[in-house]
Design a protein. Structure first.
Length: 197
């Protein structure tokens, strides 16, 4: 089963091209968003999820980073949703409490078909470099809603904003890696009593 997808998303604010393989190595990714901090976070996500991403975004970053960040989340969510297909055989659920130095992040995923984000964080700074810390939530919400996953992300501890954000993207990668993995015992089954996700 080929679990890949390609997305082209063009608006008046962004032009995004994205290819995703759920069964890649992560280290093969090529990511260029025009936003240095977001590139860093997506490299971490790719490495820890094992998803190979070929991503370019040309956005109106002269306004700010909001449109590009949200639209990349939308595109990545749509690509993951398409790559999962009928979701046969997937593990579906995953969770982790991930430490990143003093930061501790809880992340839990249900590939439910019902996209929603439940988020709790208290960044001590408004910016990480030039990146607005509020955009972490915007990215996660756009990704979850468009991927059709229920996503819980909570900061359990932390004071360094970079560490908190990094922990969130690593935790998302690790939980997605487990949740999309195929359980050979149930490879032909959709993991729901309803028979569909």
């Amino acid at each position: 089963m080929k679990r890949t997808a390609s997305i082209r998303r063009t608006t008046a604010e962004t032009d995004i091209t994205l290819k995703v393989s759920l069964d890649g190595k992560g280290s093969d990714s090529h990511i260029s968003t025009g936003i240095g901090f977001l590139d860093h976070m997506l490299v971490l996500f790719s490495m820890h999820s094992g998803f190979t991403l070929d991503l370019t975004c040309k956005g109106d970053t002269w306004v700010d980073d909001h449109h590009s960040t949200e639209d990349i989340g939308i595109a990545l969510g749509l690509a993951v949703r398409e790559a999962l297909g009928e979701r046969r055989g997937i593990t579906r659920y995953a969770s982790i409490a991930l430490p990143m130095d003093e930061a501790l992040i809880l992340c839990a995923v249900d590939i439910s078909g019902r996209g929603a984000l439940y988020y709790k964080a208290d960044f001590e700074t408004e910016k990480i470099g030039t990146f607005d810390t509020q955009l972490v939530e915007e990215f996660l919400r756009a990704f979850a809603v468009n991927a059709g996953i229920t996503l819980h992300v909570q900061e359990l501890a932390g004071h360094n904003s970079h560490h908190v954000a990094e922990g969130m993207f690593k935790a998302l990668g690790r939980t997605m890696r487990q949740a999309v993995s195929v359980d050979a015992r149930f490879a032909d089954q959709v993991p729901s009593t309803k028979g569909v996700l």
